[in-house]
Each structure stands twice: as C-alpha cells, then as structure tokens.
Design a protein around this ligand. Structure first.
Ligand SMILES: Cc1cc2nc3c(=O)[nH]c(=O)nc-3n(C[C@H](O)[C@H](O)[C@H](O)COP(=O)(O)O)c2cc1C
Length: 197
C-alpha cells in the first residue's frame, strides 16, 4: 500500500476479534506513532500501551461509572452525550473490547499537546491499515483526563506527573467475515478547500 492508498482506505473499526496483536506489528505501529512530527521537535508524547485484559476492564467500568454520574446538557458535544446516555443504560465499553488500547498522553503545560498526540495517532491509524489491523480513535479518556477517579488510576499505570491523556486508539483484528478492515472510503461532503492563486 502506498501512502495515498493507506489514507484513502483508512476507516474506523468498532468490532474486534478477541485475538491479540502480534508484538512485531504492535512495534511497527508504535514506531509510526513515535516518528510523527512534533512541535519544536518536543517528542513529548507518552504512549501507554494497554494489553492487560483486567486493566482494560477496570478502565471501561471506571469510565462507565464516571460518565453515568454526569448529566446531559444541551450544549454537550454529541458523542460525549452519547457516552453519558449509554453509560447510564449500562453495558457501555468505550474501547469496543479491542485487545489493545494505546493512550497518547502529553504535558498539560505544553501548548501543542493535542496537536502532537493527533499526529502520532494518525500515523498509527495509517500503519494499522497497512498491516490489515483495525483501529479507531477513542476520545473518552480525554474527556475524563482530569477526572478524580480515572486520573489516579492512570497515574498508577505509568502516566507521569504533569501528563494528561489527549487521545487514544483502539487496535485489533476487525471482526469482519474476511478478517480485513472495512476499506470503503466515506464520501467527503465537508472539509472545504479554498484556493488563493
Ligand atoms: C478527534 C476525533 C475523535 C473521535 N472520537 C471517537 C470516539 O470517541 N469513538 C469512536 O467510535 N470514534 C471516534 N472518532 C472516529 C470518527 O467517528 C470517524 O473518524 C468518523 O466518523 C469518520 O469515519 P471513518 O474514520 O471510518 O472514516 C473520532 C475521530 C476523531 C478525529
């Protein structure tokens, strides 16, 4: 796959097979993330790679109970409101039971924290596509990144003082008939382009 094919065929995967990702593939994906550009060459993105099933379950349960405490407001971001409503209903697993969840964290005090994490995440989505793995951006831990229950738990897992989670990626083999990710491009109706020539 060349880079244009990888970009055009990358789609989000939200159903995963319960099988692990090979270490070699995981290493390649992490290298793709680590080789993303960073503001001022800061290289301050911290990748927390969670494969431990108990930890994944604890995080999913914790997120569900923290979202369930919130009330949906009119101006709430639609996806976040959805997380709140689904958590109140029960059985909400924000990472779609993917076998791997890669958190991208960065320094709260650094002005390019989200931008650098986003560059790393996109590189990892494209690398996952090249390797026939499915992936999806996961935003729930960003919304809970200063939560009084979630933050101490993330610190206990290795999130360092001064760092917060700014994005995440669910990764695994797609639960599709042929085992490959859906690669049908979504039509673009937005993302306007203005040429000034
Ligand atoms: C900043 C950002 C946050 C996102 N958050 C989530 C999320 O929390 N859960 C989810 O299932 N998808 C999430 N997505 C994936 C989008 O829903 C998805 O990219 C979009 O619907 C287009 O579909 P595609 O990725 O298959 O092309 C997010 C994407 C971005 C860029």
């Amino acid at each position: 796959m060349n880079v244009f094919e990888a970009i055009m065929t990358r789609r989000s995967t939200r159903q995963f097979k319960n099988i692990p990702v090979e270490e070699e593939k995981l290493d390649q994906i992490l290298q793709a993330g680590r080789y993303a550009p960073s503001g001022g060459n800061s290289q301050s993105v911290h990748f927390l790679v969670i494969e431990n099933k108990e930890v994944l379950k604890t995080l999913a349960d914790m997120a569900q109970s923290e979202f369930a405490k919130m009330e949906v407001t009119e101006d709430m971001y639609r996806s976040m409101a959805n997380s709140v409503l689904r958590s109140k209903a029960g059985g909400y697993v924000f990472h779609y039971n993917a076998p791997v969840l890669i958190l991208t964290a960065n320094l709260k005090s650094y002005s390019n924290n989200i931008a650098d994490c986003s560059c790393a995440l996109e590189n990892m989505y494209l690398a996952a596509n090249e390797l026939d793995l499915g992936s999806c951006w996961i935003n729930q831990l960003k919304w809970l990144n200063e939560n009084e229950v979630v933050l101490p738990y993330l610190r206990s897992l290795g999130l360092e003082e001064g760092e917060l989670v700014y994005g995440a990626l669910a990764l695994g083999y797609p639960d599709t008939e042929d085992g490959l990710p859906n690669r049908k491009p979504l039509e673009r109706r937005g993302n306007k382009v203005t040429f000034i020539r």
